[in-house]
Design a protein around this ligand. Structure first.
Ligand SMILES: NC(=O)c1ccc[n+]([C@@H]2O[C@H](COP(=O)([O-])OP(=O)(O)OC[C@H]3O[C@@H](n4cnc5c(N)ncnc54)[C@H](O)[C@@H]3O)[C@@H](O)[C@H]2O)c1
Length: 270
């Protein structure tokens, strides 16, 4: 801990979906880098657990759990009003709250499709809208990172809502980078490969859908995905968190509107 660099010292970050999986890993990574973190999740209990994990290991930063449905603009506005009152500055937004309703196109109920659009697109949009407003008002710049997916670049089979929304998140980020650069707000995306550690997306039902897709047994799913990577390694939450910390830090000061793929070499960006 003592030797770790503190590239986000004194910053304040909001991470959505940080009650679980990748959002949680990212919140821990950002706190480890020295920033205060606001953990926004629809599951307050799990958000609180993330805060407890951070408070225990990194007492030098503040971790706050907030109940927030990212699709509800009133919830979203409240978060930024509270941050304005409680912190000296607001610097980093990470959009990670996401859902992945899987299934074949011909069987996909429209409500599952609409649900994914609402969380993965409307949720990212509302958070970025109000984060950018506060950053512009402060006049000190900031960074926004959208957690997309390699499925946003290379479509995955039986995943229509996920493919569409993850590609949409990448393109929204590019447009926001164009709009917000004049305010010194950088916007980038991270596309993780398959990350099983702590993820509720990779629940037993989802693993069964994937097993069926590849005609393998559910217990073969993780080794199957790992074998698709060039490095033949399982990607962990920390690997994604390190990429997000880089994009949130000064070290990436000349990078905006870009996509960083962290997938152990599965998808080649064209
Ligand atoms: N795990 C992977 O393999 C993988 C790969 C690529 C991209 N991603 C992306 O990473 C993000 C997190 O995925 P994960 O696997 O950690 O999933 P997860 O289900 O473990 O975590 C998602 C979190 O988002 C929260 N959430 C859901 N709807 C919300 C809402 N309306 N408002 C606020 N919070 C809400 C959930 O409560 C949960 O804590 C998603 O955007 C996903 O697309 C994941």
């Amino acid at each position: 801990m003592m030797n770790e660099s503190k590239e986000l010292n004194g910053k304040t970050a909001v991470i959505t979906g940080a009650g679980s999986g990748l959002g949680r890993s990212i919140a821990i990574g950002i706190a480890r880098a020295g920033a205060n973190v606001v953990i926004a999740d629809i599951n307050k209990q799990q958000a609180t657990q993330t805060c407890e994990m951070i408070n225990k290991k990194m007492p030098e930063v503040t971790a706050t759990a907030v109940l927030c449905d990212v699709t509800n603009e009133v919830d979203v506005e409240k978060i930024f009003a509270n941050i304005k009152e409680s912190f000296e500055s607001f610097d980093i937004l990470v959009n990670a709250a996401g859902v992945a309703p899987a299934g074949a196109l011909v069987d996909m109920p429209v409500d599952k499709w609409r649900f994914a659009l609402e969380v993965n697109l409307t949720g990212y949009f509302l958070m970025a809208k109000h984060a950018a407003r506060l950053m512009i008002e402060q006049g000190t710049g900031g960074t926004i990172v959208n957690l997309s997916s390699k499925s946003g670049l290379d479509a995955s089979k039986n995943n229509t809502p996920y493919n569409a929304t993850k590609a949409g998140e990448l393109h929204m980020a590019r447009g926001w980078a164009m709009e917000l650069g004049q305010h010194n707000i950088r916007v980038n995306s991270v596309c993780p490969g398959n990350v099983f550690e702590g993820s509720k997306i990779w629940n037993p039902e989802y693993i069964k859908v994937c097993a069926k897709k590849y005609n393998i047994e559910p217990e073969e799913v993780i080794p199957h995905y790992v074998s698709k990577t060039i490095l033949n390694k399982e990607i962990k939450g920390r690997d994604i968190a390190d990429a997000v910390v880089f994009l949130a830090s000064e070290k990436s000061r000349m990078i905006t509107g870009q996509t960083l793929v962290v997938d152990a070499g599965q998808v080649m960006v064209r």
